[in-house]
Design a protein around this ligand. Structure first.
Ligand SMILES: C[S@@+](CC[C@H](N)C(=O)[O-])C[C@H]1O[C@@H](n2cnc3c(N)ncnc32)[C@H](O)[C@@H]1O
Length: 332
């Protein structure tokens, strides 16, 4: 980017078009096609049933921004960035695909409503909450779950290694079980309990490999009400950020009620960097504000939540790449 503030701001304003074009290319699967062999935009247009001139102009624009590249004969291939649009593990394809992005675009159109009222733009755009919408639209819901699971895969192994997990580990709202699997793989003497809503757990049994299921039980319930007792470590990964402070405190209180004297609660979430420090989680926070009533939090915010729930905040373990989440450890 040009250093002049004028040029910088002008270019920022056009990022919306860049983002839309990336989403469209992800949707039609260009990165997978050119991974097989470099191809011209004419060949790609035939394969994707789109207009060749429009595709060429979009790819030229993207290549000028480091997404895809063309050689002297016009054959398109992947760059390290466009490689991330392939259908591969750790890819960002599901996150940026346009059918999912359409939901985001309609939401962001209503952001002025969030600015005015503090209420989620999503509710205004779709007349229901984000999570109700995901349940009602199973195709989008499945895509959301898949992108979360893919995104979590590389970070789960890092998180499993970042803490001395021991005894019985209860993964509260553990979703499809990626983290508890990684913990059981890393710590052979740990027993796992995967706690989530009944409708989520019904998919889980087949996802956990048999060897780990032997050491992992499934428990359906509501984390606002009560959690399985006698756990040694209660994990809440990417859970509190979906909820308001009042709701997060209720979840932490339910954890507190299940703890014994030496149990630990691990909140695994972003901890926002103070002041003007650059931090991708500050972008995530505004994104979450548009979608739900949740929020990303600072260390001081977590201290307040723990105090209100009657828990001691013992320490914050900073993130290890590729995870951007800290481990906030609490106890009685
Ligand atoms: C953002 S996902 C986090 C999943 C997982 N911890 C991860 O990091 O991939 C939130 C999870 O909370 C679960 N959840 C939502 N409301 C719940 C409730 N009242 N009781 C238990 N689980 C709930 C959802 O089913 C979902 O699996």
């Amino acid at each position: 980017m040009n250093d002049s503030p004028h040029a910088f701001l002008g270019q920022l304003g056009t990022q919306v078009l860049l983002s839309r074009c990336i989403a469209m290319m992800a949707e039609i699967g260009i990165a997978d096609l050119v991974a097989e062999r470099p191809q011209t935009s004419e060949e790609l247009a035939v394969a994707c049933n789109v207009n060749a001139d429009a595709l060429m102009r979009i790819l030229r624009f993207l290549a000028a921004n480091g997404v895809f590249q063309a050689d002297a004969s016009g054959a398109i291939s992947n760059t390290a960035i466009s490689e991330l649009l392939r259908r591969t593990q750790g890819s960002l394809r599901d996150q940026v695909r346009s059918s999912w992005q359409d939901v985001i675009w309609d939401t962001y159109r209503q952001l002025p409503e969030t600015l005015r009222t503090g209420e989620p733009a999503f509710d205004k755009a779709f007349g229901m909450s984000f999570f109700d919408y995901l349940s009602a639209h199973q195709d989008i819901g499945a895509r959301f779950d898949a992108s979360m699971a893919l995104m979590s895969m590389p970070e789960n192994a890092v998180l499993a290694a970042a803490y001395p997990f021991h005894g019985t580990v209860v993964d509260v709202a553990g979703g499809h079980g990626g983290l508890i699997s990684a913990i059981l793989r890393k710590h052979r003497d740990v027993r796992g309990v995967l706690f989530d809503q009944a409708q989520v757990l019904q998919y889980v049994a087949k996802l956990l490999v048999a060897e780990q299921l032997d050491r992992c039980s499934l428990c359906a319930g509501d984390f606002f009400t009560s959690l399985p007792a006698d756990g040694d470590v209660y994990v809440l990964k990417r859970v509190l950020h979906d909820w308001t402070d009042a709701e997060a405190i209720r979840i932490l209180r339910a954890c507190r009620a299940a703890l014994h004297a030496s149990s630990r609660v691990l909140v695994i979430d972003a901890v926002l960097r103070p002041g003007n420090a650059p931090d991708p989680n500050k972008m995530l926070d505004v994104g979450i504000m548009a979608l739900t009533r949740g929020r990303e939090r600072t260390a001081a915010d977590f201290q307040r939540l723990f105090d209100a729930a009657g828990l001691k905040l013992l320490r914050i373990i900073p993130p290890t790449a590729p995870s951007a989440m800290s481990i906030i450890e609490g106890g009685l």
